[in-house]
Design a protein. Structure first.
Length: 78
């Protein structure tokens, strides 16, 4: 992982919606860290865009990230 950009300062969010958006960003950043070539990622988009199993797998990754964020936020309980 060459890119040392700090983009994740906290898992704490104000709302569940912000938490979901963070979960999506985390999933996207993970893919970019694994496949560092942007052109390869761009070429692969058409493959997974038409593959139900890959789309469901992507949704599962986001759900896991969201679960982590929700726990960190005590499920937004006041």
């Amino acid at each position: 992982m060459e890119n040392k950009e700090v983009w994740l300062h906290s898992l704490l969010t104000s709302t569940p919606q912000e938490g979901r958006e963070l979960a999506i960003k985390m999933a996207r950043k993970s893919i970019a860290a694994i496949q560092t070539d942007a052109e390869v990622r761009k070429k692969l988009r058409n493959d997974y865009a038409h593959d139900t199993a890959q789309l469901i797998a992507s949704a599962n990754v986001i759900a896991l990230e969201f679960q982590t964020i929700a726990q960190a936020n005590n499920y937004w309980k006041k």
